[in-house]
Design a protein around this ligand. Structure first.
Ligand code: TXA
Ligand code: MG
Length: 354
């Protein structure tokens, strides 16, 4: 571990520019240099920040596990700059992986495929499959091309903590455990990629994410016509990282069926509470708004927007010294599934404040 805090280098590539600025290219060059000699760099992606290392360098990848405090049993996603790089790392390329890559890459969806011989054991936790993702973020792909190697990158947070969607979150969570942070601003999607197991028929969603069921069905259309449709994990999750409590803030959090009453009773009992609400204009919210012991956070009532600000809101509320955070029940339906998943994992199981 370095003794000093990491350098934070700003990178950007405005949509209208044919190439990034010279300053951004320099920052990427420096990051590539650190990665090539086995160091750890925090990188922006369109989903969340990643803690990256050369995926083919066993020692470098071991550094990721140490920095995160991540159990060795939890495999990593390997990031590639295009489909060719992905195929070169796979031990086989299922039709479903091809369909997803063609329709949805670059994008926030990860495919689990048979593992090829170049992938070190440590990356897959000894398993026979490898998770591959080609990010939508142009600078992430440009960095991979500069390094000339695939990058293993889990979310850039300590194990079981809330993922980082800004460079500041990375710094606060990992500090000197990372050598360099590339600051690409806030992540546009805000929640981790959809993970799809393509080694089974029909393919299975191991982790819901920004790419929803409907989009996957369209992408897989031709593939699943014979075998069935894409299915969701039901029984014990096959993705080792999908343990129940994950992405958890320090402040206990709950999704309440009756948030107004819940918040009122917390305040009456002398607690300090936060309330993430998608109904900020509701009179019951406004009637409690005057309380000094309540922090009301109006949340977007549209799922992509909610996802984008979710982790930043959890990080910010964690700084407020609250006893409890209450969240409105979310709308039913497929569009909200990935967010319901993340909030369930952030929630404190079955307890209540004394
Ligand atoms: O959006 C994302 O996917 C972000 C950014 C940085 O790309 N990365 C990310 O990585 O969320 P991580 O390590 O926090 O989550 C990876 C998930 C874990 O649940 C892990 O168990 C699962 O993918 N996973 C990795 N390899 C797998 C494999 N071979 N089979 C099944 N699940 C796998
Ligand atoms: Mg993670």
């Amino acid at each position: 571990m370095a003794r000093t805090l990491p350098d934070i280098l700003r990178i950007e590539w405005p949509a209208e520019s044919p190439a990034p600025s010279a300053q951004t290219e320099q920052a990427l060059d420096r990051a590539a240099e650190v990665l090539r000699r086995g160091g750890l760099v925090a990188i922006p992606t369109e989903t969340v920040y990643g803690l990256a290392a050369d995926a083919l360098d066993e020692d470098a990848v071991a550094g990721i596990f140490r920095a995160k405090g991540r159990p060795a049993s939890n495999p990593l996603i390997v990031h590639v700059s295009d489909v060719e790089m992905a195929k070169a790392l796979a031990g086989g390329w299922p039709v479903a992986a091809e369909a997803i890559a063609v329709a949805l890459w670059p994008g926030p969806v990860t495919v689990v495929v048979p593992r090829g011989p170049r992938i070190p054991d440590i990356v897959t936790a000894g398993g026979a499959t490898v998770a591959l993702r080609c990010p939508e973020h142009r600078l992430t792909r440009r960095l991979i091309d500069k390094v000339g190697r695939p990058l293993a990158a889990p979310s850039a947070n300590r194990s079981e903590a809330v993922s980082a969607t800004t460079a500041h979150h990375v710094l606060a969570g990992l500090g000197n455990r990372v050598e360099l942070i590339l600051d690409g601003g806030s992540c546009g999607r805000g929640i981790e990629s959809t993970v799809v197991d393509c080694t089974v028929d029909p393919p299975r969603i191991l982790r819901p994410g920004p790419v929803g069921d409907a989009e996957l069905r369209v992408a897989l259309g031709g593939v699943v016509a014979a075998g069935g449709t894409v299915t969701e994990v039901d029984g014990p999750a096959r993705s080792p990282g999908m343990r129940t409590r994950h992405y958890a803030p320090r402040t206990p959090l709950e999704v309440s069926a009756d948030p107004a009453s819940r918040v009122a009773s917390l305040l009456a009992a002398g607690h300090r509470a936060g309330w993430m609400t998608i109904h900020a204009a509701d009179p019951r919210v406004r009637s409690l708004a005057a309380s000094r012991d309540l922090v009301i956070v109006p949340m977007p009532n549209q799922p992509q927007e909610f996802a984008r600000v979710l982790y930043a809101t959890l990080h910010a509320l964690d700084q407020r010294g609250l006893d409890r955070v209450v969240v409105d029940p979310l709308p039913e339906g497929e569009d909200w599934r990935a967010i319901r998943d993340r909030l369930t994992r952030a929630a404190t199981a079955g307890d209540s404040p004394s």
